[in-house]
Design a protein around this ligand. Structure first.
Ligand code: GDP
Length: 309
């Protein structure tokens, strides 16, 4: 299946959760009971408050036979390079802005990092249904923000959508038909390049997010950079300096479906996946087939730096 990996960058309250819920619904990836149990991207508020590791949330929708993995990018603080690591898994970004509130000072840091990585964001001016929406001004503010953050000409020529996540539509024109979110899905498929990965090389991925799951133990999420991993495959874990951390087996492979992670038999290059079965591996180490002797490039885990902009 074709894949697109994108980050979603939004100021708190600009409507990310509502929009992602609608993307899930309209792509048929949504189950109503999930809505009650777990709103799309809200479950890490506690960790966020405490300022400990933020677990990025990944949501996955399928549109026209393409799986779109959408990663929620943590807001205004960079926890030890996490923003960079997350952005290293994606080939595109959606910058979501409230059409009345305007440009997004709290997410400047993340937008700056996305531009610095060469991503060409799609801008979504959201909540167009608001009586006090001022889409043209907001468009200009975003242009100025991108320019101030060092965007190149291509990045400044960003595609833009007007949207109401609440009403469930997006259009490239302000007076478009306001029917559904298909213009957003189509723009993502068209504008975001597929992951540039080598499916024929031996399996390797960089562990980008680490969490401890009550049932699975250590779970490591990352993008498969090359090859294919199969259940119970022997792997080793390489530190950035090339030394071996441990050798083990991948006892669980999980791929994202809607808001869930589901066990799969096999994962392949380009997809963002979670793996379990390793007891020592951490970020940003390389998990790879035994014949892979060199770690993949990764962003070091620095001590937390807070950027209060
Ligand atoms: P998040 O913090 O970015 O995830 O934002 P939420 O999706 O939780 O939305 C924040 C608030 O904005 C909630 O009160 C929503 O009901 C409201 N909201 C979300 N999308 C829209 C929209 O398209 N139009 C309007 N008018 N309000 C919206």
């Amino acid at each position: 299946m074709d894949i697109r990996n994108i980050a979603i960058i939004a100021h708190v309250d600009h409507g990310k959760t509502t929009l992602v819920d609608q993307l899930l619904k309209q792509s048929g990836s949504f189950r109503d009971n999930q809505h009650v149990a777990e709103r799309a991207m809200d479950s890490n508020d506690l960790e966020r408050e405490r300022g400990i590791t933020i677990l990025a949330k990944c949501t996955s929708v399928v549109w026209k036979d393409t799986r779109i993995n959408i990663i929620d990018t943590p807001g205004h603080a960079d926890f030890g390079g996490e923003v960079e690591r997350i952005l290293s898994m994606v080939d595109g970004a959606v910058v979501l802005v409230d059409s009345a509130e305007g440009a997004l000072p709290q997410t400047k840091f993340v937008v700056g990092k996305a531009l610095a990585r060469g991503l060409k964001p799609i801008v979504v001016v959201n909540k167009i249904d608001r009586g006090d929406a001022r889409p043209d001004e907001v468009h200009n503010e975003i242009f100025d923000l991108f320019a101030a953050l060092g965007a190149n000409d291509e990045q400044l020529d960003f595609p833009m959508l007007y949207a109401s996540g609440r009403q469930g539509w997006a259009d490239t024109e302000i007076d478009g038909p306001r029917k559904d979110l298909s213009p957003m899905f189509d723009l993502i498929l068209r504008h975001v390049p597929p992951p540039q990965v080598n499916k024929d090389a031996p399996f390797a991925m960089v562990a980008t997010i680490l969490e401890n799951d009550n049932f699975l133990g250590r779970v490591l999420t990352g993008r498969v950079e090359q090859g294919v991993a199969k259940m119970n495959m022997p792997v080793h874990v390489l530190r950035p300096d090339g030394s071996v951390v441990e050798t083990g087996r991948l006892t669980k492979l999980l791929s994202f479906r809607g808001l869930d992670r589901v066990p799969v038999e096999e994962v392949e290059a380009g997809d963002i996946v979670a793996v379990a079965g390793l007891s020592e591996a951490t970020i940003p180490e390389t998990i790879a087939a035994l014949e892979v002797k060199e770690p993949l490039p990764s962003t070091p885990v620095d001590p937390p730096t807070l950027s209060m902009t």
